[in-house]
Design a protein around this ligand. Structure first.
Ligand SMILES: CC(C)(COP(=O)(O)OP(=O)(O)OC[C@H]1O[C@@H](n2cnc3c(N)ncnc32)[C@H](O)[C@@H]1OP(=O)(O)O)[C@@H](O)C(=O)NCCC(=O)NCCS
Length: 221
């Protein structure tokens, strides 16, 4: 039996989870040494990520940026942290359809509605008031900012980021590591790694985010 929960990353997301009243939290782990021994909204910072190796609580990686979140999960797994150690958080006010699923390590915040046959992968973050509809697939470590709306049968690739209040037309694919800007209206597919903005959404110049990260990065949001 695994008791207690450690939030990994002293981030805004961690503070949102604390404010939402997530239960069982006994501490935060963060690699910023200046935070060790301090507290964040009343929760003690107990050391760096590596501390997880010699502790036994469940873990919830609360880093807002998907590539960084995936890198921390990979690091923890490399240290022998088993799958069952990762917790999942679904806010009490979120509505998850009975035929939809949420993978281990994911965070689904207040007011999210997930309708039928949607699959939310592992270590995905879905911020408040998102609407995920029938047959959507959200791959691992993707992030949906507040208010995102997905039509049916949308696929969001691993580590993709969809900005606040963006809308995605049914059947579209958002490629791995892609970014969709705030308030965009996505009418078709967004290629992996590209940033698209606007109504209708178009590529944002030649600028792209980093491709999907498989190694370890120190960046935190
Ligand atoms: C798309 C985004 C990632 C681009 O960020 P960036 O690379 O720092 O881009 P900049 O702010 O330098 O803007 C670059 C250009 O894109 C435009 N732009 C940026 N975001 C835009 C958006 N959402 N819609 C339309 N145009 C946008 C800017 O006006 C600017 O245009 P210009 O070159 O003609 O002046 C960012 O603006 C965004 O939308 N992020 C999502 C934020 C969010 O949802 N946060 C939730 C936090 S919980």
């Amino acid at each position: 039996m695994i008791a207690g929960l450690l939030l990994v990353g002293a981030s805004g997301l961690a503070r949102e989870l604390i404010a939402a009243g997530i239960s069982g939290v006994v501490g935060i782990l963060d690699d910023d040494e200046t935070l060790w021994g301090t507290d964040v909204d009343g929760v003690p910072v107990r050391g760096g990520t590596a501390t997880a190796r010699r502790r036994s609580e469940r873990l919830l990686v609360c880093v807002g940026q998907g590539a960084a979140r995936a890198a921390i999960v990979a690091q923890l797994r490399g240290w022998g942290v088993t799958d069952e150690r990762f917790a999942t958080y679904i806010a009490p006010s979120a509505r998850l359809g009975t035929t939809s699923t949420v993978g281990r390590g994911s965070i689904v915040l207040d007011g999210v509605v997930v309708t039928a046959h949607a699959r939310i992968g592992r270590h995905v973050v879905v911020m408040p008031n998102c609407t995920i509809t029938h047959d959507d697939v959200i791959e691992d470590a993707a992030t949906l900012a507040a208010g995102v709306a997905l039509g049916g049968g949308v696929r969001v690739g691993a580590q993709a980021y969809i900005g606040m209040n963006a809308a995605v037309r049914q059947g579209s694919r958002i490629g791995a590591g892609a970014t969709v800007g705030m308030s965009a209206a996505v009418l078709g597919d967004v290629p992996a790694g590209e940033t698209w903005v606007g109504v209708p959404a178009r590529p944002m110049g030649a600028r792209t985010r980093d491709a999907v990260v498989t190694g370890v990065r120190e960046e935190r949001v």
